[in-house]
Design a protein around this ligand. Structure first.
Ligand code: AMP
Ligand code: GLY
Length: 424
């Protein structure tokens, strides 16, 4: 007997949400898809309600309550998770995928996450936390260089400064704590040791009791080629990160992933959803946590989800129901590369409303929309990160070539992209 198809609502409007909606649309168990607010690309697969923002919790709860056909709400972005959208939906008796606000604090407060790692012996960079500008400023007089300054709260991936001189560090601290470039997020700061090595991102499905790491990936966070320019939400990704060996993966599971899940449980903040581990691995193979996120990364999701061969709804259900151990995960052996096309000026001020022209892309290329909107039949830019061009290939090199070849078929005023994504 065929079971009834399930209708799903996805919260968010980026490339990550497009990738989630795309993967859910491939599920044999999924019927209609809704998105709040969605974007032009998502609207080809889901009914978008763009008048509601992802942070309008009351409106979202009312929207779901008014539609008993919605089986599950997937909360993908950081802000609504930190604001407690999953808690609100659950309190109303509604099914939701994502961590509670208490569990999402592992991303929403870097002070909280650093203190958690210290308390439970999870390896990370040595650090100090400050809520007083004067004390933080005095600390910078004698600290080792380079030094890393991080705003405590959510800052769209832009609240991290790597400073090579004392002057730069002091100016950066002023921007975060006094000018409040990141608003309340900069009321407290973490100042930490600069780590060297290679970076790998591992996302993991969690059901509160067990944790299943996905295939590895790497993000390119800086805006410009050669890791120059400001930090962004991410300018491109590739999967797998081939420097991350099976031995390292086993060690990360034992020293970082399981201890983090257990630490959250011990603190009464059981984690269900996707836990994101940003890791630095040094020359001697030592693994340290750079950051946690309480959700799929973006653009990491754009290279990981295309490789997942399981039914995504089944996986989300298992995370909610505590049955992850029953799922046999299967991943494509193919490599995947995503290059982001961004608006001129991003991550600082940029213009919106530029018309996008798309040539005929290769059939197997996935074009994930981020900041796009349809207006009077025209596709326009509507954000800093506009499109993610994602290609699969037998090797990273092959995937990379396909992604770049197809980027040349996309145009809008002020468009730029990094030319060195996955340049191995
Ligand atoms: P985060 O948002 O904390 O991951 O920081 C953004 C990026 O800054 C990371 O992906 C790293 O490239 C870099 N970063 C953060 N913390 C450190 C650190 N302690 N040492 C060196 N690089 C860092
Ligand atoms: N790409 C980094 C993030 O999603 O936080």
């Amino acid at each position: 007997m065929v079971s009834k198809l399930k209708n799903i609502l996805v919260i968010g409007s980026g490339g990550r949400e497009h990738a989630i909606v795309y993967k859910l649309s491939k599920s044999k168990r999924v019927g209609k898809l809704y998105a709040i607010p969605g974007n032009a690309g998502i609207s080809a697969l889901a009914e978008c309600h763009s008048h509601i923002a992802a942070t309008e919790l009351d409106k979202i709860v009312a929207f779901v309550q008014a539609r008993p056909d919605i089986y599950m709400t997937v909360v993908a972005p950081d802000d609504p998770l930190a604001l407690g959208l999953v808690d609100r939906l659950n309190a109303a008796g509604l099914r939701a995928f994502g961590p509670t606000a208490a569990a999402a604090e592992i991303e929403a407060s870097k002070v909280f996450s650093k203190n958690l790692m210290k308390k439970y012996g999870i390896p990370t960079a040595a650090y100090e936390t400050f809520s007083s500008f004067k004390e933080a400023d005095a600390y910078l007089n004698n600290c080792p260089l380079p030094i890393v300054i991080k705003a405590d709260g959510l800052a769209l991936g832009k609240g991290v400064l790597i400073c090579t001189t004392r002057d730069e560090a002091k100016k950066g601290l002023q921007e975060i704590m006094l000018t409040q470039t990141f608003g309340k997020a900069g009321a407290r700061v973490v100042i930490e040791e600069f780590l060297t090595g290679f970076e790998v991102t591992v996302l993991a499905f969690c059901d509160g009791k067990s944790i299943v790491p996905m295939v590895s990936s790497q993000d390119h966070k800086r805006a410009l080629d050669g890791d120059k320019g400001l930090n962004t939400g991410g300018m491109g990704t590739f999967s797998p990160q081939t420097l991350y060996t099976p031995d390292m993966a086993q060690k990360a599971l034992e020293t970082v992933f399981m201890p983090t899940l257990n630490a959250l449980n011990s603190e009464g903040r059981s984690f269900k959803g996707v836990l994101y581990f940003g890791l630095m691995i040094d020359e001697t193979g030592r693994i340290k946590v750079l950051e946690y996120n309480a959700r799929f990364g973006d653009p990491e999701a754009q290279v990981i989800l295309p490789r997942l061969q399981n039914d995504l709804l089944e996986v989300f259900d298992a995370c909610i129901d505590g049955t992850l151990q029953k799922i046999n995960f299967s991943w494509s052996e193919d490599a995947c590369v995503c290059v982001v096309a961004a608006s001129g000026g991003y991550p600082l001020a940029y213009q919106k409303g530029k018309e996008i022209t798309l040539g005929r892309l290769d059939e197997d290329v996935l074009l994930f929309h981020a900041g796009t909107v349809l207006q009077d039949g025209k596709l326009l830019t509507n954000g800093g990160r506009v499109l993610g061009v994602t290609a699969m290939g037998k090797t990273l090199q092959a995937a990379r070539q396909t992604a770049y070849r197809n980027l040349e078929k996309i145009h809008f005023d002020g468009m730029f992209y990094r030319k060195d994504i996955c340049k191995l």
